[in-house]
Design a protein around this ligand. Sequence first.
Ligand code: ADP
Length: 401
Amino acid sequence: MKVLTINSGSSSVKYQFIDTDTKQSLCKGLIERIGISGTNLTHKRHDGIKTKASDNITDHESTIEQILKILVNPKYGVISDLKEIDAVGHRLVHAGEKFKHSVLIDEEVREELYECIEYAPLHNPANIKGIEASLDKLPGTPNVGVFDTTFHVNMPDYAYMYGIPYNYYKNHSIRRYGFHGTSHYYVSHRAAEILGEDIKSLKIITCHLGNGSSIAAVKGSVSVDTSMGFTPLEGLLMGTRCGDIDPGVIFTIAGKENFTIDQANNFFNKQCGVQGISGLTNDMREIEAEAENGNYRALLALKVFSYRLKKYIAAYIGVMNGVDVIVFTGGIGENSDVVRNMTLGNMDALGIKLDVKKNKTTRSSETTISAGDSPVKVMVIPANEELVIAMETSRIVMGKE
Ligand code: ADP
C-alpha cells in the first residue's frame, strides 16, 4: 500500500510518501512559513533528486495542494496519478481519553476530533486543518489519524494521576497522557529487533530529544511511564518549554507580568527552556558552541538539560527495577555526543558505561555506543515516526486487528 503521511503544524507541514510493503520512503518534504510571507518548500526523492521552491502559501488547503502537485510532478514526483495514493495517515498530537488507538476518519470521528482541541490548543487545530484539506483534495481516499498519545495508553493509573481532586480527572479527563508515542514505539521496537531479542523480555528507556523532548520507560513493550503529561509542557527541559516546574513559579511570574492565562501558556511554552536559561537560542548546536566558547549561561542550559535527563533515567530504572537498553533519538539524541556524555557519564554504578570513541563519532545512524563490558546497552537509533504512521494507516485501512 502507498501511504502519504502528513504532519501538520500551525505554520509548517511535513510529508512523506511511503510504500508500506517494502517500508521504503519514496519521497519526503517540508513546507515552512505557511501564512507568513516567503513560504519555503523542500522536497527530496528517494534517489536523491531534490528541489526547493519559494511561494506565498497562505493556508493548509493550498499547502496540501502543493504537496499533491509535487507528488505527480514529472521531474520530482513519484506517481503519475493521485489515484496511486491508497491512503493518507495524519499525525495527531492529543486524543484525550476519546481515542485509545489509531482511527479511520469518518464524519463522526471528525466531529470528535474537534472536541479534542481543548486538550492541545497549540497543536490539535493545525493537525485538524491538515485532515480537512486532505479530505477536500482527495475525496474517496481513506484518511487515518495516528495519535502521539496512543503508545502510552497502558500507563498504570498511579503513573498518570495528578495530585488534584479526583473529579477533575473523572469530569474533565485531566491526567498525564504522554506524547511522541510513535517515536518511543519505533525506537523501542527497533532496538529489540537490532539486538535480536523479544521486546516482551526487555526493559528499555527511550530518550526522544529534539525541540520537544520526552523520555519513556518501556517494560515488556508497554510504555509504563513517560515524562510529558496532560500537555507536552511537562518533563524534560526543552528548546523553549520549561518542563517540570513548581506551579508556584507560574503564579508568581504571571502575577509580576500581569499575564492572562493565554499569555502565561505562551510564555512557559515558547520563552523558557534552553532558550530562556541561555538567553540565546533553542538550537542545541549553537548552545554547545557557545558553551565551548566559555559562555556561562549556555553551559548552564546544557547542564540543566542533561542533569534532568539523568534524573529521569535513574527514576525509570527504579520504576522498572532495572534497564537493559537506553536509546537516544531525535535531533539532539542522534547527534549530540556532548549531551549523551553529560547525561550518562558517572552512571557506572547503575551499569551504564559509554564507549567514549563510539559516542563521539556517532551521528544519526543505528549504533551501539555502550562499552563492550557495559551491563546496560546504549544505542542511537534515528527517529522514524512517519514509518509508524504509514504502517498504522495501512493496518487500519486493511481492517487488521
Ligand atoms: P523537532 O522536535 O523540531 O522535530 P529535531 O528532532 O529536528 O526537532 O531536533 C532539533 C534539535 O536538534 C535542535 O536543537 C538542533 O540544534 C539539535 N541538533 C541537530 N543536530 C545537532 C548536532 N549535531 N549537535 C547538537 N544538536 C543538534
